[in-house]
Design a protein around this ligand. Structure first.
Ligand code: ATP
Length: 270
């Protein structure tokens, strides 16, 4: 439903157990969890808790997953919206949605607001497509900046945002007191791919011939989302063949399909 897309408060059940690899990002993110759980610990020393944190990284590297894990670990409500939803909105709607969302998040503080694809609203003004009317986008961006500046320090709301295009972001978003902390999420290396496979193999009824080492070697350049996709695709393939267990061959076939999908995607993009 739209209400859900537009960021109804939900309790996140995601925890750091669901996030594989990303060791350094996790360490940085743990500090945010601690801000949410023990704000007094910081404020009594006169520290200002950051308001905005930007997750930067290629598609499918776990930015949304990490944001949900922050909320899940801190056991606080999670409000989310996606920057791309604003682009098609009627005048005034984007800005009022932003206002409402911050209002709700403050009422439920401590809480998290997550803005996915912030580049869609937060594109630098001179890098906007000339064919696209950008009034509403700009209104929305201004409202977002006003909210970030308007809410005082230590209100208990932390705004997380995600982008894979940090290069196009309006510098206004990155000023001190706004999204002034950046956490980088990179594509996984082989060891990290093994960890990600382990997470996504958990729910799968698998045969004894599965070799995580092999799967990780066959997937250089794959994101966490691609790996999750392979695991699910393998289970679908095995089910179609009426098997009781998912076998190595099913994973290999699934990997080839996902590779096919990725190649199509890059042909379209190039
Ligand atoms: P996008 O930029 O495309 O929005 P994203 O970085 O927000 O992507 P997610 O939506 O968090 O990526 O990832 C999609 C799915 O991929 C997750 O729900 C999860 O199943 C899987 N995934 C991604 N990264 C990881 C990871 N590090 N560990 C475990 N699963 C992962």
């Amino acid at each position: 439903s739209t209400a859900k897309l537009m960021g109804q408060d939900s309790k996140s059940k995601t925890t750091f157990e669901d996030v594989a690899g990303l060791k350094e990002a996790k360490i940085e993110v743990m500090e945010i969890v601690d801000f949410l759980k023990n704000p007094d610990h910081y404020t009594k020393l006169g520290a200002k808790i950051p308001k905005g944190v930007m997750f930067v990284g290629p598609p499918g590297t776990g930015k949304t997953l990490m944001a949900k894990a922050v909320a899940g670990e801190a056991k606080v409500p999670f409000f989310s919206l996606s920057g791309s939803e604003f682009v098609e909105m009627f005048v005034g709607v984007g800005a009022s949605r932003v206002r409402d969302l911050f209002k709700k998040a403050k009422e439920k503080a401590p809480s998290i607001i997550f803005i996915d694809e912030i580049d869609a609203v937060g594109r630098s003004r001179n890098k906007v497509n000339v064919f696209q009317s950008n009034d509403e986008r700009e209104n929305t961006l201004n409202q977002l900046l006003a909210e970030l500046d308007g809410f005082g320090e230590n209100t208990g709301v932390i705004v997380l945002a995600a982008t894979n295009r940090p290069d196009v972001l309006d510098k206004a978003l990155l000023r001190p007191g706004r999204f002034d902390r950046h956490i980088y999420l990179e594509l996984p290396n082989k060891e990290e791919r093994k960890e990600i496979f382990k997470v996504h193999l958990r729910p799968i009824k698998k045969a004894d011939d599965i070799e995580i080492e092999l799967l990780a070697s066959l997937t250089p350049g794959f994101s966490g989302a691609d790996i999750a996709n392979i695991c699910n695709e393998a289970a679908l393939i095995a089910a179609r063949k009426k098997k009781d267990l998912v076998e190595k061959v099913d994973f290999i076939e699934a990997r080839d399909r996902v590779v096919g999908g990725l190649e199509r995607r890059s042909r379209i993009l190039s």
